[in-house]
Design a protein around this ligand. Structure first.
Ligand code: GDP
Ligand code: IMO
Ligand code: MG
Length: 429
């Protein structure tokens, strides 16, 4: 691969981005997380070891890579430091390996409290967030009351900002949710400064670093979090996350010009079926034994929250939409092995709404809820593809499945992933 590359989710998250970024990292100089926060849970399996990365880019497990957390990410410092300790055995020393943007915003305990209160007040209409404080942290950012990493360099300024941020959160809690909470501001203030000491030597202007690197011809691997259908602008709003988790988030999340970012290739990661955690529309969801079989075979339980994931057949209306929004050069199809033992495999190629066929993913939740998938039924391959390394050994039925995806999305499937391990993949283009 000679250019820079974007790896992002083309569904509702958990497509296997972490595994893919980890295995591709050796070919790149920089690995960059540019949006979201510790709501992400990217699993990387290396031999008998399993790493669940939430904030640190998945390139951290390789030697000699520069891993960047750029301005678009919201960082809970205690979680970042905890995660650094978890990868210490491989990363050893973080200097020269992990770089943290001075413009990234910080997630504070009051953001997590507000996340919980907002969810509770929504009752059955709750978003089903990860409760990591992501929405409230981005609200602070866009409301211009947020606190950035750079602000911690000036403890007096930080103290003032923290006082008003916490006062605001308290007022929201009391006046909107009728709940008062007690957080010890002194404790949070000193704890934050203590945590900051642990990462201070890693803080820099990551936008400048990336701009320079890209102009010098360095190869950058951008690691998306969440997925296109959870994008704040283009996803199934309001059942989305609070950042641009499609390719639309690349420029604002890195602070790099679209002229430079535009030169990167974009691959969307898609499972061979669909999963979703949290609430919101999911046209191909299966609530029957096939859904349970997908959950069992795919071990579909959340990396961040442990919640069972909702499962359903592959939705090519959504994938076609994701391919367009992201300008995808290719699809990386993961978890093909999970479909190994199905007699029949269904794939949604369109929706039916009020007797009409729809091929474009609708904005309206009401329309989405009334959409019934129009399926093409394919014969299952019924042999193991687990860990398959030779393209020629791929069963004909699996090729039919891949061809249908390419025809319907107009996007080539470039790689298959056939197991959670780093080595279980095959380039087919
Ligand atoms: P991410 O958030 O997109 O990085 O994905 P997650 O790590 O949250 O979820 C993907 C899950 O599937 C993890 O448990 C991975 O170890 C696992 N996984 C990734 N690729 C494959 C694959 O091709 N086959 C199987 N069986 N599991 C996979
Ligand atoms: P990765 O990077 C799957 C979902 C939550 C919820 C909605 C909003 O591992 O693919 P939030 O906490 O962001 O305010 O929750 O978004 N969500 C994810 N679902 N994978 C993720 O990340 C997710 N991050 C958030 O379940 O529905
Ligand atoms: Mg995940």
């Amino acid at each position: 691969m000679d250019s820079s590359l974007v790896i992002l989710g083309s569904q509702w998250g958990d497509e296997g981005k972490g595994k893919i970024v980890d295995l591709l990292s050796p070919d790149y100089d920089y690995v960059v997380r540019y949006q979201g926060g510790s709501n992400a849970g990217h699993t990387v399996i290396v031999g008998s070891k399993k790493y669940a990365l939430h904030l640190i880019p998945s390139g951290i497990l390789h030697e000699g890579k520069k891993n960047l957390i750029t301005n678009g990410v919201v960082i809970a410092l205690e979680e970042l430091v905890r995660e650094m300790n978890k990868v210490k055995d491989v990363a050893k020393n973080f200097e020269g390996k992990l770089f943290i943007s001075d413009r990234a915003h910080i997630v504070f305990p009051h953001h997590k409290i507000l996340d919980g209160l907002a969810e509770k007040s929504k009752g059955k209409d709750k978003v089903g967030t990860t409760l990591k404080g992501i929405g409230p942290a981005y609200m602070s950012k866009y409301g211009r009351t947020g606190i950035r990493v750079a602000d911690l360099m000036d403890p007096k300024y930080f103290r003032n900002r923290l006082e008003s941020s916490m006062a605001e959160a308290k007022e929201i809690a009391e006046k909107i949710y009728g709940v008062s909470f007690n957080l010890n501001i002194n404790k949070i203030y000193f704890q934050t400064l203590k945590l900051f000491e642990k990462i201070e030597n890693l803080v820099c202007d990551t936008a400048l670093m990336l701009d320079k690197g890209l102009k010098e011809g360095k190869k950058v691997l951008f690691e998306g979090a969440q997925g296109t259908m959870l994008d704040i602008d283009m996803g199934t709003y309001p059942y989305v996350t609070s950042s641009n988790s499609s390719a639309l988030g690349l420029c604002n999340g890195t602070g790099v010009s679209p002229r430079l970012i535009g030169k990167a290739k974009i691959y969307g990661v898609s499972k061979a079926y669909v999963t979703r955690v949290g609430s919101g529309p999911f046209p191909t969801e299966l609530k029957d034994s096939s859904g349970q079989k997908l959950r069992d075979e795919g071990h579909e339980y959340g990396t961040t929250t442990g919640r069972p994931r909702r499962c359903g057949w592959l939705d090519l209306v959504a994938l076609r939409f994701a391919s367009r929004i992201n300008g995808m050069d290719g699809i990386i199809l993961t978890k093909l092995d999970v479909l190994d033992h199905f007699e029949e495999i269904k794939v949604a190629v369109a929706y039916e709404y009020n007797g009409k066929e729809i091929k474009e993913f609708p904005a309206s939740l009401k329309i989405l809820e009334g959409c019934k998938p129009i399926y093409k039924t394919l014969k299952g391959w019924n042999v193991s593809t687990k860990g398959l390394k030779e393209k020629d050994k791929l069963p004909d039925e699996a090729w039919e499945f891949i061809n249908l995806i390419e025809e319907e999305t107009g996007t080539p499937v470039v790689m298959l992933s056939t197991g959670p391990e780093r080595s279980e993949y095959i380039w087919i283009k």
